[in-house]
Every structure is written in C-alpha cells, then in structure tokens.
Design a protein around this ligand. Structure first.
Ligand SMILES: [Zn+2]
Length: 188
C-alpha cells in the first residue's frame, strides 16, 4: 500500500488548519462552571469528559434574578412577560460524547412520546373512564419531567456582564477545569 493512500493518516487539515483554542476563560467553582461570556468550552463531554462527538451545538441559556419569581404570586402570565423582558441570555457550546448524546435523545423521545401517548389516552378515555383519563394526564406529565431531566445539557445558575455560571456538568468535566479564584483572576 502506498503511504499516500493510508486512510489512517491524519488529514492535512487536522495537522495544519486547526484553530488553537484558548480555554483560559473557563473555570470551575464547586459544581459550577464559570466562563467569560462568548468563551468556548473545552471540546469534551460536559458530563463525563470524554471527547465530544461532533458537531457540538451552540445552545442558548437564560437566567433572571430570582426576585422576579415573586411576580408568579401575582399572575402567571405577568410573570412570563416580566421574565422574558428581564432574562439575560448567553450562548454556550457544551460538548456531549456519543453515549450522552444518545441519553439526551432518549430523554427527548420519552418526553415527546409520553406527551403524545398521554394526550391520546386522555382523549380516548375522557368520556367513559375518567380514572384512566387521569392516569393519561399524570403519565404524560411524568414523561415530560423525566424527559426534561434526561435531555437537559446545562443550565444557567447566573448570568451577568462578567461571567456566565453553568450547572449540570458532571464531576469528571469539572475536575479537569482550573479552580476559580475570585481574589486573583476575576478582574479580566
Ligand atoms: Zn459523556
């Protein structure tokens, strides 16, 4: 076999064209990942720290000050409007390995599948069998909650002008990040 046809040789693009990324704006503090807004997360699975399966999606995370939850006591619709106005947004690129992408897809399937089956059971049973209809509603809600929990990648603990704080990352990923030292490196 000619060496130029070696399928296992790294591509020229991967040798020469790759951008060297700077992850110096990413830290961990306890179970929280802290990064400067618009910084790249390491190209690793945020759950287990295995290499991320490409492509890695950029995801939006939202946060608002917890004080706005008080509006919920007044009116749910008013809260939604206030939260939409007050929330802060950040774009992050949390990687997932093949296994954790599959787990996320399974969570999405459980959530959507459970919702559709729950609606179908409720509609069919509503007239004659209110007990079964109620089971359909409860089963649908349970599947949505399980699906949300399984499919969630990361979520914002806090977003301000200096830092984005993320929760939902696994211990192996957190352990590979440098410690955040508020006294020293927070004035970037
Ligand atoms: Zn993983």
């Amino acid at each position: 076999m000619e060496s130029s046809n070696n399928p296992y040789a790294p591509s020229q693009a991967s040798l020469n064209g790759g951008t060297v990324r700077d992850y110096s704006n990413v830290w961990r503090f306890e179970k929280i990942v802290i990064l400067v807004p618009d910084s790249d997360l390491p190209d690793r699975c945020v759950k287990c720290n295995d290499p991320a399966e490409q492509p890695t999606k950029t995801r939006k995370v939202y946060w608002h000050h917890p004080g706005f939850y008080a509006v919920l006591l007044i009116n749910v619709i008013l809260y939604v409007i206030v939260a939409l106005i007050a929330r802060k947004t950040a774009e992050v690129n949390p990687g997932l390995c093949t296994r954790h992408k599959q787990k996320r897809n399974l969570g999405l399937a459980i959530g959507w599948g459970g919702l559709l089956v729950g609606i179908a059971v409720t509609v069919v049973a509503a007239g004659d069998n209110p007990g079964v209809a109620m089971l359909g509603i409860l089963g649908g809600i349970t599947c949505i909650l399980v699906g949300l929990f399984m499919s969630r990648v990361v979520y914002a603990k806090r977003i301000d002008d200096k830092y984005v704080q993320l929760k939902g990352c696994g211990a192996p990923f957190l352990d590979a990040l440098p410690e955040f030292r508020p006294s020293g490196r927070d004035l970037i």
